[in-house]
Design a protein around this ligand. Structure first.
Ligand code: UFG
Length: 355
């Protein structure tokens, strides 16, 4: 079976995707610096996979490596080639992802995200492994003044250094693919708002730094760690005054990666596809809170505060391309997302940190 290298495979989306790949029978090499993730994730993936499928003898191996270290990366590819099963594709999740941190420390974001990716691409090129699935983000789209769902062709104007690094990497990948007679096969996946957790409650989001995203904050209110949720503005031009987002279950995202990779494997020629991964359904902050309260039977106190700098009113995917090209569709709805998020947190109140 093919060997896949997953960068950032211990992270929230990387770990759920790694489990899906292992269950499908792929052999996995996880490369992770563990700066914002935990090694224990590998044991969780293994036991979840082998519990369900004991005859699966495929392996998953973790290598602790930062993509900024090009020599270490070269060594990984070199050693992988000597065991007779070359790396067939790379799924590239590794990177820094907190919008607010990127405003405070942009250089770290350019180094980890862009330099890290350039190192990865150089090494892939050298070892002739040219199939890549890249984690991009809906954050690269410019402000959407209409209430239309965002198509991949929507203009790009990221508002923060994090988004700018993602846009820059997309441009590098487009350059690679524009070279005449190139043999790169690349999928750029633009995620909307990933939430939820693996349905087992064993794999979820466990940020090492203080979270800024809404679902970890709702969970901390639910667990009593925080008194209430601050809603950033109720004066937006939406049904209830709070911003609309396209929340997507992490297991659906994982499936999107699998389908994108297998789509690339089927292309005989060089190829570059850019695809939104979202449900196509928008929910306001208040709607999200109310669904969470209903499915988990927990009250989430909230207060309104002023708008957060850089927030936008409406961000929902047009996911037609993913459906047609990748034969992908989201299978889980907002209730599943809220239920699975809380199931993970209630089973693991400290995330992975005490494991
Ligand atoms: N929100 C609150 N209170 C909070 C946190 C968030 O009201 O304490 C609101 C925000 O104003 C926004 C919504 O909840 O309306 C979602 O906010 P998140 O921070 O969870 O997500 P964003 O849409 O702002 O950004 C996220 C990721 C980015 C990613 C982007 C993709 O943080 O990395 O989605 O569109 F790029």
């Amino acid at each position: 079976m093919k060997k896949i290298l997953v960068t950032g495979g211990c992270g929230f989306i990387g770990s759920n995707t790694s489990l899906a790949l292992l269950e499908k029978g792929y052999e996995l090499l996880i490369v992770d610096s563990l700066v914002n993730s935990y090694q224990i994730v590998i044991d969780k993936i293994k036991s979840l996979c082998f519990e369900k499928n004991p005859e699966n003898t495929n392996s998953i191996k973790l290598i602790n490596c930062d993509l900024k270290d090009r020599n270490a990366l070269e060594k990984i590819f070199k050693e992988s080639n000597t065991d007779g099963n070359k790396i067939s594709a790379v799924l590239h999740f590794a990177g820094l992802k907190a919008v607010s941190d990127s405003l405070l420390d942009p250089l770290s974001y350019w180094s980890s995200n862009v330099l890290g990716t350039i190192n990865l691409l150089n090494v892939m090129d050298k070892f002739e492994c040219k199939t890549l699935v890249f984690s991009s983000s809906a954050t690269i789209y410019g402000i959407n003044n209409s209430k239309e769902n965002l198509k991949e062709s929507h203009y790009k104007k990221p508002l923060n250094p994090y988004g700018m690094t993602k846009e820059t990497i997309e441009k590098i990948l487009i350059n690679l693919n524009s070279v005449e007679k190139n043999d790169w096969r690349i999928a750029i996946l633009r995620y909307f708002n990933p939430i939820g957790a693996h349905t087992s409650g064993e794999l979820g989001e466990s940020p090492k730094n203080t979270p800024n995203n809404i679902m970890p904050i709702i969970n901390s209110v639910a667990s009593g760690e925080r008194e209430y949720l601050n809603i950033f503005g109720n004066d937006w031009n939406t049904l209830d005054g709070t911003p609309i987002r396209d929340y997507i279950h992490v297991m659906d995202l994982a499936d999107g990666h699998l389908k994108a990779m297998e789509h690339l494997f089927k292309s005989s020629e060089s190829n570059l596809v850019t695809v939104n991964l979202g449900t196509g359904i928008g929910k306001s902050v208040l709607q999200l809170i109310h669904v969470f309260e209903e499915v988990n039977n927990i009250s989430i106190p909230y207060r309104f505060s002023s708008r957060r700098a850089g927030d936008i009113e409406y961000s929902v995917a047009d996911n037609q391309k993913a459906k047609e090209l990748l034969n992908w569709k989201p299978n889980k709805d907002i209730k599943d997302m809220c239920k699975d998020s809380w199931n993970w947190v209630s089973k693991n109140p400290n995330g992975y940190s005490d494991k």
